[in-house]
Write a protein of this length. Structure first.
Length: 570
């Protein structure tokens, strides 16, 4: 037993000696590695300093050689690059991690100094309008600090009517042929590319404000060529939109030609076409009863929250007495017939631009968007009219007004109800010119004419690439009748034998089938639509029908340009 005890003590002493030897060996290895790391770090700093000095020398030499002698002193006096060594860094600055050092790698003391690299380019600055990681469209172009996005589409529209209204691809609602008209015995068909649109959108962030410049053209302008359907479809470009919008925080300002503030919206208060409701209809005059126009003006918008917006606009005025787009005209007093087309616009040549106007049209709107599935708004308009009786040297002024309530509601997923309602006393021109604004009394005074319109319908995305829509539109034009100065002749609007419109109704149903779409290569779609129009008169001659109707079929093939605008910051 004593022998066994001495043997155990001996083994324990040997094990401890072995452990001490191993620890000493490891400690020596660690000290050696620490020295190597310190040597490597020192070499890296020396190499970096040498490269920067060589780069500075190579950059300064050509400039000094090419500079005039009088500038040599200024060139030589240029400040040297800031030191980048650890000694020059502030005492409080943390040491850079090893993996942040440039040219990281094992460098031997015999490694030659590399030739200086080319001058470094300015660092790439991310577009503040495009969030990091968001893929940009191939047709979102950078011009300086602004982003340019093409907008528009190319399409071919085929239209067939069972009666020859002679109005091209846009319906003149107020001139639907009566049943006994010669044009009611002829149908019409035509192809047209005129609804194609082209334009650009510019976006830029300037001093915490987001700026949008927007322009858009179509080809529905009036052509001077009589052979436009014979030898050459020389359709004329026409300005649709041309405006600039600036928003900083909750304040927004717009100037230029835009959709009127009275046009119903789909979302908030916005001038962008995608945020407005002018229907999905293929008819380039949209739907009877829709309140809209595109005209120059100024607009101020306040966004107190993300769900509420309030706006005020001063827009281009026009004293209108009918005659545009098939709309019925008033009957003026015999002695004051010169006022029509002179002081009051009847859509004759030159009248829209030469008509005197007292004030702009003042429009206000309040919009609510409590959620992505609900939008509703109320709007009001004030108008002011003035004329002068040259026979009595007396002027007359009169105010008109109108209001609207509009909304769209997604009652179930991908199914949205639409309601737009407008009534006015002197606001008929905003119903696509289908109602006059005023009538003229025998003494030259003006009387605003009652008129109103509505559009009710739905839009349903039945699948990702299939949209079904249907609308019912209605226009009502009031009656305002008086006697002429002779005491026997009737003047104004809606009198017996005047053949003036009382009511226009339209039912439209259609679908949009998209074959493919992507921001990288655009979209291809086909649009098919049926439109039924009915027109009723206030009064007609004996044995004459009181109205007329026609049916219209549209088929359209459309390619929409690729590209998408940058994300707009608030």
């Amino acid at each position: 037993m004593m022998a066994m005890s001495f043997l155990s003590v001996g083994h324990a002493a040997d094990d401890q000696a072995d452990k001490n030897a191993e620890l000493a060996k490891l400690k020596a290895q660690l000290e050696q590695q620490q020295k190597q790391i310190e040597q490597l770090s020192k070499m890296l700093v020396e190499q970096k300093t040498a490269i920067e000095a060589a780069t500075s020398s190579s950059t300064a030499s050509p400039a000094a050689a090419s500079a005039p002698a009088s500038n040599s002193a200024a060139t030589n006096a240029a400040p040297a690059p800031a030191a980048t060594s650890a000694a020059a860094a502030p005492a409080t600055a943390p040491a850079a991690p090893t993996h942040m050092l440039p040219n990281m790698g094992e460098v031997a003391s015999s490694t030659p100094i590399l030739p200086p690299p080319p001058p470094a380019r300015a660092p790439h600055v991310l577009d503040p309008q495009v969030p990091a990681g968001e893929p940009s469209s191939p047709l979102q172009l950078k011009i300086g600090d602004a982003t340019l996005t093409p907008v528009g589409f190319m399409d071919l529209t085929g239209v067939w009517r069972n009666e020859n209204a002679g109005s091209g691809i846009g319906s003149s609602f107020g001139s639907v042929p009566l049943a006994n008209a010669s044009t009611a015995h002829l149908s019409e068909f035509r192809f047209s590319p005129q609804n194609s649109r082209v334009g650009f959108r510019f976006d830029a962030n300037v001093k915490d404000a987001h700026i949008i410049g927007y322009n858009e053209f179509d080809f529905l302008g009036t052509s001077g060529s009589n052979a436009i359907g014979v030898t050459n479809g020389a359709f004329v470009p026409r300005i649709r939109l041309y405006w600039v919008d600036v928003r900083k925080g909750a304040i927004e300002f717009l100037a230029g030609q835009s959709w009127s503030l009275l046009t119903p919206g789909r979302k908030g208060i916005s001038p962008l076409p995608a945020d407005l409701f002018y229907s999905q209809a293929m008819d380039v005059n949209y739907v009877a009863g829709l309140t809209w126009t595109r005209q120059p003006g100024l607009r101020f918008v306040y966004h107190p929250t993300d769900t509420v917006a309030v706006a005020f606009a001063a827009e281009n005025p026009n004293q209108y007495v009918g005659g545009s787009a098939g709309g019925s005209s008033i009957t003026a007093p015999t002695a004051l017939a010169s006022l029509v087309g002179g002081q009051l616009d009847n859509a004759s040549t030159g009248a829209p631009l030469s008509t005197p106007n007292l004030t702009p049209d003042f429009i206000a709107k309040l919009a609510f968007d409590p959620g992505s599935r609900v939008h509703f708004e109320v709007a009001g308009i004030e108008r002011n009219f003035k004329d002068w009786n040259p026979n009595t040297n007396v002027t007359f002024t009169k105010a008109g007004a109108g209001g609207s309530f509009n909304g769209n509601f997604e009652i179930v997923k991908n199914f949205r109800l639409i309601t737009n309602n407008y009534w006015s006393d002197g606001g008929g021109r905003y119903l696509f010119g289908q109602a006059p604004d005023v009538v003229i009394r025998s003494n030259g005074s003006l009387s605003p004419l009652h008129s109103g319109g509505m559009v009710q319908g739905f839009e349903a995305n039945l699948t990702k690439n299939f949209l079904l829509y249907a609308y019912y539109g209605d226009i009502y034009v009031g009656r305002d009748v008086a006697l002429d100065a002779n005491g026997t002749s009737l003047i104004g609007y809606g009198f017996r034998g005047g053949s003036q419109n009382r009511n226009i109704q339209e039912f439209t149903i259609g679908y949009v089938q998209t074959f493919w779409k992507d921001a990288k290569y655009g979209a291809l779609s086909m649009i098919t639509q049926y439109e039924w129009l009915n027109r009723y008169l206030w009064s007609v001659a004996a044995n004459t029908p009181k109205g007329g109707h026609d049916s219209t079929v549209y088929v359209d093939i459309r390619y929409t340009l690729p590209g998408s605008a940058p994300t707009i910051g608030k």
